[in-house]
Design a protein around this ligand. Sequence first.
Ligand SMILES: [Fe+2]
Length: 334
Amino acid sequence: MALAALKKAAKLPLHIAALLTTAKDFSRNPVIGNHVLNRMGLHVARVCLAHGIFAFKKMLLSPLATKEQRKAFARDGFVVMENALPPEIFEKLKHDAENYNGEAYQCAQGDTLTWRAVLLDHPVMRDKKTSNLMRYCAGKYERPRFYIQQIQNGFLNNPGDPQKNLHVDCFHPTMKAWLFLEDVEADNGAFTFVPGSHRLTKQRLKWEYDRSLEAANDADSYSARGSFRVEDGTCEKLGLPQPQGLAVKANTLVVANTFGFHCRGKTREKKMTRMEVFAISRINPFNPVPWGCLEGLRDKIYLTMMRKGEKDSVTGKKRASWRKAPPHPVKDAA
Ligand SMILES: [Fe+2]
């Protein structure tokens, strides 16, 4: 008993230091999840500080995006760029993705599998027009991590898919991007977003405050770990429009701030796939410096972590979310 209390106390400085990082787990970090501290405004203070710093970095990086793109991102929380890549790069990317045969990982969530291969070097990663927009929306002049990704809806016999519930990813602005390799209809698991839900309005802050008080004990494990699920009726309460599924043509880039309410759309058939290049930039929201020096290194670190996760899962040491997958995407959902 005394030893457990001692161990807990020894970890306290780490839990406190985590306040100035991306850490968001209300159930495992007793400081982040502390009811009294959140009542005093701890969570809301982190949200506000992260948004203030993001606004500053965005301002410094504003030459990377056009006026229209900046306006759309500020208004809606996402930007859609059609015909994003030059045709020759897009065709090469599509060919390389469809014929990929190498190291890949997959994550099971409900009835859906997300299949991914880390891209370490490809012309798509050096395309200026798309890359600049992603960097602006991330608030960081550093290349995001790129993956070839296939969403395999309905491939598992489990109930539901937690990514199809409206949610936020974290407490701070964060960039995710999808470059679609094929047309996506609104009822083929399309990326779905509530326009304007990324804005830090008084109503949104109140929602964040209320959620922070209960999050540590939330029955939904995703919410308890800081990725709040959005209950029915919340959009109406916050004065927001209904979620909008983005039907897009192949070679469309969608860049979003996933602090906004979003989810994976439903599919009209049980088994359906969606093929894309996925990019993500998850950086310390409290670091005001908008450039980085880890370009490329993050990709390798992440790949090493995935390999370690697989090894630990095989030996039974720890269970990883991402496990070794078949080396190529599925050809046909049917
Ligand atoms: Fe998400």
